[in-house]
Structure formats: C-alpha cells, structure tokens
Design a protein around this ligand. Structure first.
Ligand code: UGA
Length: 429
C-alpha cells in the first residue's frame, strides 16, 4: 500500500522506515532540505538503534524514498500520515500550526480519496479540526477520511516497539478507513483496538499522563523510604507483583524528561483546563517531578556541606540511555542548579555530548567516565547507561577527591558501594 509520511522526526522517520520494512511503499516528506539531503545520502539525523540499517535496506529495495515535495507524496499515496512536531506554546498548550500547514497542503493537492492519519501526539478533538481545515482549503468536492493512529514507541527501542507493539490504536470515522488501516497493519501481529477518533487521541494522551503519574508516585514514595529506612527498590518490586499495578515505570530516579512526558503533560493539563476541568492531580505530578530533579543536588550539598567551589562530575546527560536526545533532560536542571550554587561541573555522556554542548556552556565535557571522575568532590549519576553499570568502581573511587557518589538511578547496591569506601546516596534507599 502507498504511504506518505509527513515529518521526519523520531516518530515520522521510524514509522516510515518500519512501514517500508513490512512491505509498503513509503515516501517521507520534510520541508527541511538539509535533512532530506542527508537522508537521501543514507545518513540518519537521529541516534536510534537499528534504524540506519533499516532505512538503507528499504531505500535499496525501492520501498522508501525522501522528498521535500509534499504534493508528490499526497498525489501518489492513499495514506497521508501527519508526524510533524507539536511543540508547546508558552501557555503549555500544543502548537498545531505545523499540522494546520500540512492540512492546507493536503486540501489543495488532493485529487482523489485519501485517508489522513494523525500520528503526532495532539490534543483531543484535533481530528475534528483537521477535517475542517482540509475542507476549507479543498476547492473540489473530494471524499476523504481523517483517522487517529497514535504512536507509543519509546526512543532507544523505537524500531522494535513499532514492529512488536503492545497494541495498535485506530481511531476512525468510517468503515472504509477502518478496513484500509487494518490492511496496512496486517503484517504486524498485535491486538488492534478500533474506536472513534477522540477516544484514540485520548488513549495516547492518557497513557503518557498515567505513566508520568506512576513515575512521580514512586518518586514521592522514595521520600518516605528515606525518612523510614525502607528500600524503594523492594517497595516497587512488591507493588509491581500485583498484576493490577505492574512493575514497569516504577523506577525511582531523578525524574522523567524527554521530548514527550514533560510536553505532553503540560499540553494535557492545558487542554483539560480549556475543556473546563482543572486536572490538579497532573499538576502535582509535574511538581513532584521538578522537585525530584533537585533532590540529587540537595543530596550532594548535604554530603559536601556546601557546593560553592566544589567540582561535581555528572555521568549521563541524555534524558535516558540509548539516545542522544537532550530535550527536557533532567541533567539540564541538575547542572543549572549546581552552577547556580557555584559548583564546577564536569560531564560525560556516551552519545549526547555534542547536543549538550550546544545547550549548556561552562561545563568541562570529558571523553569518558574516568576522566569525569578524576579529581571531583562528588559524582551524580543522572542517566543509567550500561557503560556506567560496568564501570571499574575501585578505579573511580581512587581518582575522586572525595568519594561522594549520588546514584540518581539506583544503579548500584548501597551496601557494595559503602564496602568499596564510597559515601553513597541512592534514591529512596
Ligand atoms: C514515552 C512513552 O514511554 C512512549 O510510550 C511514548 O510513545 C513516547 O513517550 C511518546 O509520547 O512519543 P520516551 O519519552 O521515549 O517514551 O521515554 P520513556 O522510556 O518512556 O522514558 C521517559 C522518561 O521517564 C525518561 O526520562 C526516563 O528516565 C523516565 N523514567 C521511566 C523513570 O524515571 N522511571 C521509570 O520507571 C521509567
């Protein structure tokens, strides 16, 4: 089947490549000429395991192509997926101008029946707005369907999650769109839930809001663990064994970041308020998350008495492992707070240093974790890369000026760290 994917960000590029991988003919469109030139040369602008090989393979097979010409994509494809960015405005509300622009292009270029599918995360009822926008710009009377097919993929595991998802959600307004979309996804063996567009939009929004809530919940409980001597890892394990709760997303840490949870939660709160509901529960989820990022800085300060003039080594800058994505990364908040308190910051990340350099100045960026540990008064581990889990702890401790180790992701066992001579602080243990 023929697919046009508008937007070659994380979602668009992964989805486009994966649709080609399962046998469809895909054209990916972006108005960023530089990006399209790169992709046409086989260069991948993002760090995502497995994606580069998949793109190359499908381009060679003639199933995947890249263009800046949106009209070409609209003319030749039955499905037009919209995967453009929906960044937050100052108010937190999602900025839908990218989607509006694509809708106008579709309306003017469409000559026969098309299924226009929302792939980006959008506020509820955007599908309805999308239909109105397309109708407005369409001069002829052409039948089309709008649908919602939210994406649940996670950065770092995106390819696998697209091909083996927990579920595929299809929000449709006609039987015809339902049948075609089911045919498109036939090669993927996963439960498919077909519903109306607003429900599909809400499934995506509430899933992210609920996952963020789980994280803030466990982070709040970690404070109680510290006050009582309980161990958050055991508490999460015990809670998670209840099938109704589940163990996933109950890892206490420095808080959630990334391009999705922080932005989506803000947009969800703003959307709820526009609909007349003050979602205070989610406001609290946000507040707990902000506090959580600063707790590791407080821990460093408590262990060292003061931060002014101290040198702190940050291990991990990306918002999570296996990505170079720095968007809303907790490391940014942690580093800013350290700098504000007068500390000198050294930092290392296996993938995100180049991106971090563009966002944060005044940091001594290091080549590896050992260089980062050398001469520091404390280490704060912010991202749980595998490379850090395997570090030579003896070597690290020997080179540190003071052996303070703040483990923001509970990577290490407290007893083992203390036995090795560290002044060790985890989260909630
Ligand atoms: C998230 C969702 O997990 C995806 O299902 C969704 O498709 C995506 O947003 C999106 O809306 O596009 P992602 O942002 O890639 O995916 O990353 P996650 O793996 O969910 O992690 C988000 C943040 O939560 C990270 O900073 C991570 O460190 C943190 N986290 C996660 C915790 O602090 N504790 C946990 O137990 C789990």
């Amino acid at each position: 089947m023929k697919v046009c994917m508008v937007g070659t960000g994380y979602i668009g590029l992964v989805s486009g490549a994966c649709f080609a991988e399962i046998g469809h003919e895909v054209v990916c469109v972006d108005n960023d000429t530089q990006k399209i030139n790169m992709l046409n040369k086989g260069e991948i602008p993002i760090f995502e395991p497995g994606l580069g090989e998949m793109v190359k393979k499908n381009v060679r097979a003639g199933r995947l192509s890249f263009t800046t010409d949106i009209r070409k994509g609209i003319e030749q494809s039955l499905f037009i997926f919209i995967a453009v960015g929906t960044p937050p405005k100052a108010s937190g509300e999602a900025d839908l101008s990218g989607i509006e622009h694509v809708a106008t292009e579709i309306g003017t270029a469409m000559v026969e029946y098309r299924i226009i599918v929302e792939k980006s995360t959008v506020p509820v009822l955007t599908g309805r707005r999308l239909r109105t926008m397309i109708e407005k710009s369409c001069t002829r009377d052409i039948e089309f369907d709008v649908a919602s097919n939210p994406e649940f993929l996670r950065e770092g595991a995106a390819v696998n999650e697209f091909l083996c998802p927990d579920r595929i959600v299809l929000g449709v307004e006609s039987k015809k769109a339902e049948q075609r979309l089911l045919e498109l996804y036939k090669p993927i063996n996963a439960p498919k839930i077909v519903t109306d567009i607003a429900s599909a939009e809400l499934i995506k929004l509430t899933s992210n809001a609920f996952l963020s809530t789980k994280i803030s919940f466990i982070n709040a409980v970690s404070v109680l663990c510290e006050k009582t001597g309980a161990d958050i890892v055991k508490v999460a394990e015990g809670m998670g064994m209840d099938k109704r709760i589940g163990r996933a997303f109950l890892n206490a840490g420095v808080g959630y970041g990334g391009s999705c949870f922080p932005k989506d939660l803000k947009a969800f709160i703003s959307m709820s308020s526009e609909l007349g509901y003050d979602f205070r529960l989610l406001k609290e989820v946000e507040r707990i998350n902000e506090d959580q990022m600063l707790r590791v800085v407080k821990k460093a300060e408590e262990s060292l008495q003061y931060l002014r003039g101290r040198t702190i080594g940050i291990l991990g800058l990306a918002f999570k492992p296996n990505t170079d994505d720095m968007r809303d990364a907790p490391s940014i908040t942690v580093i800013k707070a350290l700098q504000k308190a007068g500390a000198v910051v050294k930092a290392y990340d296996p993938a995100a240093i180049e991106r971090a350099k563009k966002m944060m100045k005044g940091i001594d960026y290091c080549r590896d974790l050992y260089e980062t540990a050398d001469g520091v008064d404390a280490i704060i581990l912010v991202t749980e890369w595998d490379e850090f889990k395997q570090m030579d702890l003896e070597r690290v401790r020997r080179t540190m000026r003071k052996p303070v180790f703040i483990d923001g992701r509970n990577v290490f066992e407290p007893k083992k760290m203390k036995d090795l001579g560290f002044i060790y602080c985890g989260i909630g243990r």
